[in-house]
Design a protein around this ligand. Structure first.
Ligand SMILES: Nc1nc2c(ncn2[C@@H]2O[C@H](COP(=O)(O)OP(=O)(O)O)[C@@H](O)[C@H]2O)c(=O)[nH]1
Ligand SMILES: [Mg+2]
Length: 203
């Protein structure tokens, strides 16, 4: 059954919150975007998940995530309070090319992006990287670690595989773990602030 979920807020927005920042969460199909937004969100994340059907066989590659039963057909939405004043609104884009049109909505007004990478299929995140770079959006790359074998790739290996610019932060994360996801979001906000600082210049 298709589902769009947006339930009551579980943690009220702090009264001190004065700055709302839109963040895009991107990456290939099955890399962990929906999991990432869900792990950190203080509100029940809005999800537009549809059951995967036989129609996606041969189209959506499930070899790395055989337990995946649903796929995002519009976008994920969640909220994370970063500090007393700053609240992040997270928009997770669908990974497949056929949902590319949703990207305009996800990127419109975004201050930065997290691009998630699965080292078993790094190339699946290329379209996301190309798009955030085309938009000149500040971003960080987060390697979502699915298992111990994934750690064999150093962050420099990942940087090289993605042919990333030197100033772009790369880190590991566990998309299921709230603290780990918060760490990625803090790194992104710090990166955005560094780029906005005229003394630093753009990376
Ligand atoms: N073991 C492990 N599984 C994960 C992790 N992140 C996501 N998953 C699983 O991988 C599958 C794909 O994740 P999902 O968030 O739906 O990917 P999306 O297509 O990028 O939104 C799901 O079955 C998740 O439960 C992780 O860090 N470790
Ligand atoms: Mg998803």
């Amino acid at each position: 059954m298709d589902s769009t979920t947006c339930e009551a807020t579980s943690v009220p927005l702090p009264q001190t919150a004065s700055r709302g920042v839109k963040i895009a969460v991107a990456g290939g199909f099955g890399v962990g975007k929906t999991t990432f937004v869900g792990a950190v969100s203080e509100i029940t994340p809005m999800r537009t998940e549809a059951e995967m059907t036989a129609a996606s066989i041969g189209t959506d590659d499930l070899s790395a995530t055989p337990s995946k039963r649903t796929t995002t057909v519009a976008f994920d939405f969640g909220r994370a309070t970063l500090s007393q004043s700053t609240v992040l609104y997270l928009f997770g884009a669908p990974g497949q090319d056929r949902f590319k049109f949703v990207w305009d909505t996800v990127l419109n007004g975004a201050l930065g992006a997290v691009v998630l990478v699965d080292t078993r299929r790094v190339e699946d995140s290329f379209p996301s990287l190309d798009r955030v770079e085309d938009e000149h959006l500040p971003y960080v790359v987060a390697h979502n670690v699915f298992g111990p074998k994934d750690q064999a790739h150093s962050l420099d290996d990942i940087r090289e595989a993605l042919q990333m610019a030197p100033g772009v932060p790369v880190m590991r994360c566990d998309a299921r773990d709230r603290q780990s996801v918060r760490g990625v979001l803090i790194a992104l906000v710090e990166h955005v602030m560094r780029l906005a600082d005229p003394r630093e210049g753009r990376a």
